[in-house]
Design a protein. Structure first.
Length: 285
């Protein structure tokens, strides 16, 4: 699985929307193209003047219907040299301007890329390298509109690390950060390139499964739990067992994004409480 399946895709690095990068680029390229057109207007104007002068010379012969046109002109050597220099300088000017415009066009592309990349970095959690809370409104809000427009499916997984506070106290904050990074890595391994992984804050994560129904979401949830089980077998944190509480909620057009996330949060807490509740002893037959 590529990096695109691990929370941040190539389009995410450009502000999470190719259209954003495209708009920035088009604005900058338009300014460069305007200079290009101005250059061509100058060249065409000079060419038009030369053509007009030539037609002015031969126009009487054309009007008289002469089949053969004889042009007699007396031009001093100074004027000929001057015209030659003007033509050469004009050619040099046009070529240098074209090279300058090409550099500006490339610079505009790089500026647009860097601007979009800087914006994307504002949406990335520096610790886990997944999206941060700011991405909920900007990225998921846009994704919800897409789902509504195309009538596709979207399911959210609200994830909380069980006993994280106790682990943070027992093993230290560095180990706590390590756990969050590991959880982020597990989620990246279980998500697809089209999915979104967001660290809401603390030890809580939100995964948006694009074009996925509830059955597919349960499959992803089971995959996450298997990855967690494998992690527990190889962890170096003695005495600690990683566990995640996961609430699953499908998006419905009748509710807002905040309401859907809140429902996923409630289901996560319901699962956490269910796992904490002592299981009743089986009756002896």
């Amino acid at each position: 699985m590529t990096d695109s399946g691990r929370g941040v895709t190539s389009k995410d690095r450009m502000g999470q929307d190719p259209q954003t990068f495209s708009n920035i680029l088009q604005e900058k390229i338009a300014a460069v193209e305007k200079r290009d057109w101005e250059l061509w207007i100058i060249a065409l104007t000079v060419l038009g003047i030369l053509v007009a002068g030539f037609l002015f010379v031969i126009w009487p012969a054309i009007v008289l219907g002469q089949e053969v046109i004889y042009i007699q002109a007396r031009i001093s050597s100074q004027l000929a040299v001057g015209l030659f220099i003007v033509v050469v300088l004009l050619g040099i000017y046009l070529v240098s301007k074209q090279m300058q415009i090409r550099k500006q066009r490339l610079g505009s592309i790089m500026d647009a890329w860097n601007s979009s990349l800087s914006h994307a970095q504002l949406l990335i959690d520096p610790l886990t390298k997944v999206f941060n809370r700011s991405a909920i409104e900007e990225i998921l809000g846009r994704e919800v509109k897409r789902v509504q427009r195309k009538q596709s499916t979207l399911v959210f997984l609200y994830i909380d690390v069980d006993n994280f506070k106790a682990a943070n106290t027992r093993y230290g904050h560095l180990s706590g950060d390590y756990l969050l990074v590991e959880v982020g890595a597990i989620l990246k391994q279980c998500a697809r390139g089209s999915d979104y992984i967001i660290r809401i804050g603390g030890d809580e994560f939100l995964v948006a499964l694009v074009d996925t129904d509830l059955a597919g979401a349960e499959t992803v949830k089971a995959r996450i739990n298997r990855q967690v089980a494998g992690w527990n077998q190889s962890t170096t944190l003695l005495g600690f067992r990683l566990a995640l509480s996961i609430g699953v909620q499908e998006f419905t057009p009748t509710k807002s994004l905040d309401e859907i996330v809140a429902q996923a949060d409630s289901k996560m807490f319901a699962e956490k409480n269910r796992c904490r509740s002592p299981k009743p002893d089986r009756a002896v037959r």
